[in-house]
Design a protein around this ligand. Structure first.
Ligand SMILES: [Zn+2]
Length: 259
């Protein structure tokens, strides 16, 4: 998991409580996406952030009007300075994206690019859903988009009052600065209420609810985001390579590289 060249960085992170020690590393999931979520939550709980009251991982939030499915929040952190909703992104390569662009790109090289849904928009929907569930104003929430170490944030939007984009290694430092800047918005009773409601939600994030969520996501993945028609596997004429195209072709020309 840890190569020689970044062993020093790793040891620094362990000392700061931002990464599990060598034995704790055995508990980190093999799946890279799940590993990033695990490490983010680990750091929030172990880096001695005095403002952090409780963290939740993989929280399923009921759908709100206008959304067609439940939201799954990677990591949610309750603090006296607000509720922080973290979306982890484990893409490799150079990351490009604008605030108002629907698709962002992770570019490994000239030929290998991966497109993904704008994480600011994605996490905005998460914040909306959890704010509605907790019946709190969206202004009490902070959206954090946390990328892993395998990428470089080549061209991403400037941070705003609503969202913050950073890489995992800068997360704790960024949060400390954010906590210092922000006023207290949740006192003891408010904190207790919020945590109680989130505990109920976490208890409901059961295997059954998770299965329904996975089915919804899979169904959405097999539907064209442009026109809503089913997507199909197709072969390129030039080299026979596989790609995913819209069954509404030629009226709709939506394609992507894989499911
Ligand atoms: Zn289509």
């Amino acid at each position: 998991m840890v190569s020689r060249c970044n062993l020093f960085d790793y040891m620094v992170d362990v000392v700061k409580g931002e990464m599990p020690g060598p034995i704790g590393m055995f508990r980190v999931p093999d799946d890279k996406g799940a590993a990033l979520e695990y490490i983010i939550e680990y750091a929030l709980n172990n880096a001695l952030l005095v403002n952090v009251y409780k963290t939740y991982k993989n929280l399923l939030v009921p759908r709100v009007e206008g959304e067609d499915r439940t939201s799954e929040i990677d990591v949610l952190m309750v603090s006296d300075k607000g509720i922080f909703v973290l979306e982890s992104k484990n893409y490799a390569g150079l990351i490009f994206g604008c605030a108002d662009q629907r698709q962002w790109t992770a570019s490994l090289n000239r030929y290998t690019k991966e497109r993904f849904y704008n994480p600011i928009m994605q996490n905005r929907a998460h914040v909306k859903a959890v704010a509605a569930y907790l019946e709190l104003p969206e202004g009490m929430f902070r959206s954090y988009i946390v990328f892993g170490e395998r990428c470089e944030l080549k061209q991403v939007p400037e941070n705003t009052e609503e969202y913050h984009i950073c890489q995992r290694r800068r997360l704790i430092k960024t949060l400390r600065r954010d906590f210092r800047k922000r006023r207290t918005v949740l006192e003891s009773d408010g904190l207790k209420d919020v945590m109680q409601r989130l505990d109920e939600l976490a208890a409901g994030s059961s295997r059954e609810a998770r299965q329904t969520h996975i089915e919804q996501v899979q169904a959405a993945m097999r539907t064209c985001p442009k026109c809503g028609k089913p997507l199909l596997e197709r072969h390129r004429k030039s080299d026979g390579g596989l790609f995913i195209g819209c069954s509404g072709f030629p009226a709709c020309r939506y394609i992507r590289d894989r499911w």
